[in-house]
Design a protein. Structure first.
Length: 550
């Protein structure tokens, strides 16, 4: 995936690096631009001063309230389609506190990307990267090699890493768009900018450096074996700021490798994390949902459908129970709701390629979302339906490198996605006969090979005429056996480990010219049905009571 010369990008671990993202040179923005100079409302001044005081004094619960509630509220009320005041305009309110101003700028640029995405300029993208470099310089505190005293809520730390990867993704997409101005092309062609600003190696360097300094991998490994994680954490790893940044950086690596199409490395990033187990690191739902989405998608692309179905089902059941938490309009909740819809579509694809029993409430949700018709069309071999579901639910893939900016004459932002989609469709084409074979095998306990060949003749001849139908059918039956045997994760193992298991709802073997079918369909779980009905009646009862009160 990378050039031979790019094998040493983990700057923190001592290996050679393409560049040092923490150099003092990058503390200064490359470009300055003027923000609106209108008077700042008094309520915003008071908010900024109180926000500064809370961060300075380490009042984490107050910081979280201001971050999660007050800042979005004021963004909606005062800065819906305009940026917040720039750091120069508010510096006097916080006595020029460098750490606070850098954190404020991170929120400033995030607001730009969320509310004014189409009008974010190239110099603003560069300034945002420079600000991230300054922030990481502060966090690593290279002067005395000791943890800083900064305390931030987990949700902010997660969204900081999540936004860092998102802005890299947005910049990578921006570089592949045509119709750039002469000034933008010259700016991008500049070697110091094009090779250093938002480069994939610099982003990987940051994430790996945060993982290394927090020693989070070792902590997770010791914790999984029942040991004391603090005993191997070190000075930085014992600090909540570094520990959580390290953990969230693992999820950032999962996302980044998935965007680059390296699914093995994506899942390997979480080798010491048991995805389906709640832990002290599960405090941010958005992080766990993002993790499940990318892990499930990676499993699907690795043809580990049983693991993908388990991953999607687990998180979708959680979302069904906690859906009230994600009703408010914030960009993170919007992202969660979008990922939820994507996971339902991905689950539908996996169930077509690898049918198996799923929870009744998930099946009901698939019906309510009108996905049953899509599943039926995919089962009938409709490649267009597979493609549309895949395009809707997959992430926006990236290439690790970009062509020279002056050579782009057409929009190439979707090229990587089309390439990954074609890889997926090639796999689907190999299985196009399997749903038809499965539908016939379900009807019998024993079935002569010649009889099934007669049933299948029109379908087989459609793909290739003048063939020996029985020999061709045997090929597809062997394909059925092969495709239904997947690597399946074992409890307690890492995400990449597992054992080969046949996960089909039916099994068969061929003895001479006779097919013997063993139906392994799981019986309906009546308890789930009764529990769901009880919950529905209980919900109706509460609604009736509320109406009577009114």
């Amino acid at each position: 995936m990378y050039d031979d010369n790019d094998d040493g990008y983990y700057g923190h671990s001592g290996a050679s690096s393409t560049y040092d993202p923490y150099s003092d040179e990058l503390d200064r923005p490359f470009y300055r631009y003027s923000a609106p100079t209108a008077d700042i409302p008094d309520v915003i001044k008071q908010f900024i001063q109180y926000f500064h005081t809370s961060i300075k004094e380490g009042r984490v619960y107050e910081i979280q309230d201001l971050y999660e509630n007050t800042f979005p509220k004021f963004s909606e009320e005062y800065f819906d389609r305009t940026p917040w005041p720039d750091e120069n305009s508010i510096s006097y309110l916080v006595d020029g506190d460098r750490t606070f101003l850098v954190l404020y700028k991170e929120l400033y640029f995030r607001h730009l990307h969320a509310r004014l995405n189409t009008s974010v300029t190239l110099q603003q993208r560069f300034d945002s990267f420079s600000n991230y470099c300054t922030l990481f310089n502060i966090i690593f505190n290279s002067e005395n090699k000791m943890p800083i005293s900064l305390e931030l809520p987990d949700v902010w730390l997660w969204e900081l890493i999540d936004e860092f990867v998102y802005q890299f993704q947005a910049f990578s997409q921006y570089k592949l768009r045509p119709k750039k101005s002469i000034e933008e092309i010259e700016l991008l062609r500049s070697k110091s900018n094009f090779n250093r600003m938002w480069n994939v190696l610099s982003v990987l360097n940051v994430l790996h450096s945060l993982i290394d300094v927090s020693n989070i991998k070792k902590q997770l490994e010791v914790q999984a074996s029942g040991g004391d994680a603090d005993s191997v954490a070190g000075d930085f790893g014992r600090h909540s700021l570094y520990k959580m940044l390290g953990y969230f950086s693992l999820v950032g690596l999962l996302r980044l490798h998935s965007l680059l199409g390296d699914y093995y490395q994506a899942v390997k990033a979480l080798e010491n994390i048991e995805i389906h187990k709640k832990s002290q690191y599960s405090s941010v739902p958005a992080c766990q949902i993002t993790m499940a989405y990318y892990v499930g998608f990676a499993y699907m692309m690795m043809r580990r459908y049983a693991d993908a179905i388990r991953t999607f089902s687990s998180v979708l059941l959680y979302l069904q129970r906690a859906k009230q938490l994600f009703q408010s309009r914030t960009y993170q909740n919007d992202q969660i709701n979008k990922q939820t819809e994507q996971m339902y579509h991905l689950l539908s694809i996996c169930l077509v390629l690898h049918p198996q029993y799923i929870d009744e409430s998930i099946q009901q949700a698939l019906r309510e979302k009108n996905l049953i018709d899509k599943i039926a069309r995919m089962q009938s071999g409709d490649l267009n339906e597979f493609e549309s579901c895949y395009i809707f639910s997959c992430p926006k893939f990236l290439y690790p490198t970009s062509p020279a900016p002056d050579t782009i004459t057409e929009d190439r932002t979707k090229d990587a996605t089309k390439y990954q989609c074609q890889i997926f469709l090639d796999e689907v084409k190999q299985q196009e006969m399997l749903p038809t074979i499965r539908s016939y095998l379900k009807l019998y306990k024993t079935l002569p090979l010649s009889k099934l060949a007669t049933f299948m003749r029109p379908v087989l001849e459609r793909s290739c005429s003048n063939l020996d139908t029985e020999k061709e059918l045997i090929k597809h039956l062997l394909c059925f056996k092969h495709k239904m045997k997947n690597m399946v994760w074992n409890k307690g193992a890492s995400g990449l480990d597992g054992s080969f298991q046949s996960g089909s709802e039916l099994d068969f073997y061929i003895d001479n010219d006779m097919i013997h079918i063993a139906d392994t369909k799981v019986a309906t779980r009546h308890a789930d049905l009764f529990i769901r009905k009880i919950q529905k009646f209980d919900e109706l009862r509460r609604k009736l009571q509320s109406l009577r009160v009114q």
